[in-house]
Ligand binder design. Structure first.
Ligand SMILES: CC(C)(COP(=O)(O)OP(=O)(O)OC[C@H]1O[C@@H](n2cnc3c(N)ncnc32)[C@H](O)[C@@H]1OP(=O)(O)O)[C@@H](O)C(=O)NCCC(=O)NCCS
Length: 278
């Protein structure tokens, strides 16, 4: 282990290449564009040795009430000397009074427990090359004109305002939606990410709607590499596996400072926008 002196600084655009190097070394799939998207929605800190980025942390605010703490990575040669704790504490401070949510890898879990995070549920990652998927007839595409309805559904399911995220997702293409009597009652998004594409968020009234949204999106992606992170309790895994998306591990969703308010029962989050954004 090296004992070089490090400094902490605001995470600025010129740190993105260094950050990308860290995430690649940690085995994460993010491309530079994926970092840019999360960074553009967030505030953050970097740890520097000279001008070399050796640690990163971001805080993505969701309105005034909630936040995601994400992209916590420390260069392997610098681990175990307090950088992870300091970076995480710093971005938690940026969150102010907001609830903090995150998804923890096994590396991060002990640190987050020490900082007062409590496990809430399990997330499972499915990915692979898509086989043939039948197109459900109850789902259709819609463009950014649906953003108000989509933002409202996501707010009900997530429990906080992720409007900025949905504005960003709308730039990447249309949303898959299910209607009931003309009203949009469920939606799914998709975009390029990592080695291929990602599906999420998926917000629906029940698992069957979530399955149909995902099947609709996947039916246009035969032969492509796709990833989706879903709540384990959603029960979608057998369907995902039958479409070519193998179960490839998981992470623990955690929260700190949650208000304890119950989720609106009408709609729930079945698939995440990403592990970083919930
Ligand atoms: C997770 C990670 C950021 C931690 O960085 P770090 O700089 O080594 O962390 P720190 O040195 O600040 O250690 C934080 C605390 O966790 C504890 N800790 C770390 N690993 C631990 C383990 N395996 N078991 C028990 N405690 C552990 C440390 O003892 C320390 O506690 P202390 O502050 O009370 O002494 C780093 O391992 C990493 O980058 N991993 C790869 C990327 C990743 O998975 N990031 C997490 C994303 S959710």
């Amino acid at each position: 282990m090296q004992t070089e002196t490090f400094t902490l600084a605001p995470f600025e655009a010129h740190h993105l290449d260094g950050a990308l190097g860290l995430s690649r070394a940690a085995g994460w799939a993010h491309r530079r564009e994926d970092w840019e998207m999360i960074w553009s929605l967030s505030e953050g800190r970097v740890a520097l040795v000279g001008d070399r980025v050796v640690g990163t942390a971001l805080m993505t605010p969701f309105g005034d009430t909630c936040s995601a703490i994400n992209m916590i990575i420390v260069d392997e040669s610098q681990r175990g000397r307090g950088l992870g704790r300091q970076l995480t504490s710093d971005v938690m401070e940026l969150a102010g009074d907001r609830e903090c949510r995150l998804t923890a890898t096994s590396d991060g879990l002990p640190l987050y427990e020490k900082l007062g995070f409590v496990a809430t549920h399990q997330i499972v990652r499915h990915q692979g090359v898509i086989g043939h998927v039948d197109t459900p007839e109850n789902v259709g595409w819609i463009g950014r004109e649906a953003l108000p309805a989509i933002k409202a559904l996501d707010r009900a399911a997530f429990g906080a305002d992720r409007d900025a995220l949905h504005n960003a997702l709308a730039k990447d293409g249309p949303f898959a939606v299910i209607r009931n009597g003309g009203n949009i009652v469920a939606f799914g998004a998709t975009r390029c990410f990592g080695r291929g594409e990602v599906v999420g968020p998926v917000v629906a009234e029940n698992a069957e709607q979530a399955r149909d949204l995902i099947a609709f999106i996947l039916s246009g992606k035969e032969g492509r590499f796709v990833r989706i992170d879903v709540l384990e309790q959603a029960g979608l895994s057998p369907w995902l596996e039958s479409w070519g998306l193998a179960h490839e591990g998981g992470v623990v969703a955690m929260a700190r400072g949650a208000t304890g308010e119950a989720q609106t029962p009408e709609v729930r989050t079945f698939g995440l926008a990403s592990q970083a954004l919930g």
